[in-house]
Design a protein around this ligand. Structure first.
Ligand code: ZN
Length: 403
């Protein structure tokens, strides 16, 4: 076979082909290293003695819908210069792998248009081979994200499986890139991250988190100069949860069946933004429900006014609005609302810190949604490291693998 074809088609440069067989669906090329190219794998000396050889089958890229096998005669070499006895080095394969580097690249390219299963079926290789090739590629490109310029981060957790298996992710809020994936959702999930941050010499300016005590203490301990910003979507969500509890309490206390029915159907009306309810019939219904139950009505108006905290012209004004809100919640004498007022007081500085840094964990919600679809496509990702690498590569749409 033409040496330049051997090189351009299969990336084989130092070998020559002595014969080709066509068996079944395979083109089998018998190749061996040219005599003048043989050298010691250790010291590169040409003063060598050949001491036996073995054949090794190596997959390469298919040609004409047929599999390509490079049947390589691998020389055992005895070096007269350094004395080592070794097999010759094969430049187009990495280590003991059964496929060429060019084949691995072909798998990577195909992985952008098909799932692991598709690619494995198409190339007649195992699912694990395709996955391993993807994994090595992901490790090389995304395994060690650059951290030295990291300044604004968001931390959030997500459920890996049903039950209580969690992972913690850290995202660069400027690029939307996931820069770290940790085990669990306790403070120790972030230990490795801080180690990497110190090593990279990064100075974190602000961190957006939910109200997780574990994340908070971890940030305070490891980045004491960073400003903690409590994500306002999480706070609004907590308020919504409180309001829904009030609705359920009202429902259970109500003895009039007709009124119960009204309360039951108002959940989404209570939780959506009041100004978004245009429909007169819906408005009516909401008002009826609120009139039935005083705690529910108090809760509803507190929920509606909560977002004003993030709509002020400056931090001082916001501080006043927040304290006023807390006062009203306490005055309500509704236990659930008073409890929420305490939460707001405890997290006051982190809530108001939004005026110093307009950051939130919103980007992480998007990432979480992507992870959810990924989990469904890949049967749960039994290989944890592979799953982690897939998450680290999520931001890179140009190189995304299917599945
Ligand atoms: Zn040598």
């Amino acid at each position: 076979m033409n040496p330049s074809y051997l090189y351009h088609a299969f990336g084989v440069r130092h070998q020559e082909c002595s014969k080709t067989e066509y068996k079944g669906n395979q083109n089998i090329h018998y190749i061996q290293t040219k005599s003048e190219e043989l050298c010691c794998p250790e010291c590169k000396s040409r003063k060598i003695i050949r001491s036996g050889s073995i054949y090794r089958d190596i997959r390469s890229v298919p040609v004409g819908h047929r599999e390509t096998i490079l049947r390589m005669k691998v020389q055992r070499i005895e070096c007269k210069s350094c004395g080592c006895i070794r097999q010759e080095k094969i430049h187009f394969v990495t280590g003991k792998r059964s496929y060429t580097n060019k084949f691995a690249r072909y798998v990577v390219d195909l992985s952008r248009i098909g799932t692991i299963k598709d690619v494995a079926q198409f190339l007649h290789v195992s699912w694990d081979t395709v996955k391993d090739i993807q994994k090595r590629y992901l490790q090389r490109h995304y395994g060690n994200p650059a951290l030295s310029r990291l300044e604004y981060i968001g931390i959030d957790e997500f459920a890996v499986r049903k039950g209580h298996v969690y992972k913690t992710i850290v995202a660069d809020l400027q690029t939307g890139q996931v820069v770290y994936v940790g085990e669990g959702k306790s403070a120790s999930a972030l230990d490795e991250f801080w180690k990497k941050i110190r090593k990279a010499g990064a100075v974190i300016k602000a961190v957006a988190t939910d109200l997780s005590a574990a994340f908070m203490s971890s940030v305070r301990e490891n980045a004491p100069n960073a400003t903690l910003v409590f994500d306002h979507f999480h706070i609004v969500k907590l308020m919504n949860d409180t309001l829904d509890k009030l609705r359920r309490q009202a429902y259970h206390q109500e003895t009039d069946l007709l009124k119960r029915k009204v309360l039951k159907g108002t959940r989404w009306l209570l939780l959506c933004n009041g100004e978004d309810i245009y429909d007169a019939c819906h408005r009516n219904r909401l008002e009826n429900a609120l009139e039935m139950n005083a705690p529910l009505m108090k809760g509803y108006y507190l929920k509606e006014s909560l977002r004003e905290i993030w709509m002020q012209v400056d931090k001082e004004q916001a501080q006043r609005v927040l304290m006023k809100w807390v006062e009203q919640a306490r005055d309500s004498k509704v236990p659930l609302l008073m409890k929420f007022a305490n939460t707001m007081t405890a997290f006051r500085s982190g809530i108001i810190a939004w005026y110093d840094y307009h950051i939130s964990t919103g980007k992480l919600e998007g990432i979480n949604n992507k992870i959810k679809t990924m989990k469904r496509q890949a049967y749960g990702y039994r290989d944890d490291k592979f799953f982690e690498l897939k998450i680290l590569s999520l931001h890179d749409k140009n190189y995304a693998f299917v599945g």
